[in-house]
Design a protein around this ligand. Structure first.
Ligand code: IMP
Ligand code: MG
Length: 176
């Protein structure tokens, strides 16, 4: 039986695979001859990051952070709590923050400032999805997969109350 909460498909599996390959090629060119440290923001970015990293042609390592933003389930408050910090120092490293989705941009701008303060050699952001209409802070996002409309998205790592991360596509969450 189809799940009535899984709505319109925004990005199909083949579009995801194709765009991930393009992003990986671009990143591999930009970081040629350098070591990249991918920093995945748990948990949503894990799926995208795993696919992206397997396509990279440069030396790379991965580390993870877990953050939670206070506030209601579908709105970010900008107050970010670190639940799990990185395992190692990023001093002198070329850091690429990998995010599933940038909505208001509040979570990312906080992370960007915090990690930027730890003296990396460089720091950039790669986000699979962005919702430009929702942006509250101006964030430099070097690599973007897809721009999506202002709807709550699920699948390919994105959850609603921890469900639907396993969908192989990105879809809209239907509100009953
Ligand atoms: P921001 O701080 O408003 O940019 O929100 C960032 C975080 O909220 C993302 O990393 C996601 O975890 C979550 N989020 C924002 N929009 C969505 C969505 O449409 N679906 C699932 N999670 C979302
Ligand atoms: Mg997230």
């Amino acid at each position: 039986m189809p799940d009535p909460r899984v709505g319109e498909i925004l990005v199909q599996p083949d579009e995801l695979a194709h765009r991930v390959r393009e992003l990986a090629e671009q990143i591999s060119r930009d970081y040629e001859g350098k070591d990249v440290l991918l920093i995945g923001v748990l948990k949503g970015a894990v799926f995208f990051l795993a696919d992206l990293m397997r396509q990279l042609q440069v030396d790379c390592e991965v580390d993870f952070m877990a953050v939670s933003s206070y506030g209601s389930s579908t709105d970010s408050s900008g107050v970010v709590r670190i639940l799990k910090d990185l395992d190692a120092s990023i001093e002198g490293r070329h850091v690429l923050i990998v995010e599933d989705i940038v909505d208001s941009g509040l979570t990312l701008s906080y992370l960007f400032r915090m990690l930027g303060g730890r003296s990396p050699a460089s720091i950039e952001v790669c986000a699979l999805l962005t919702k430009p209409d929702r942006r509250e802070v101006d964030m430099p996002i070097r690599y973007v997969g897809f721009e999506i409309p202002n709807k709550f998205a699920i699948g390919y790592g994105l959850d609603h109350a921890e469900r639907y991360r396993n969908l192989p596509y990105v879809a809209v969450l239907n509100t009953p």
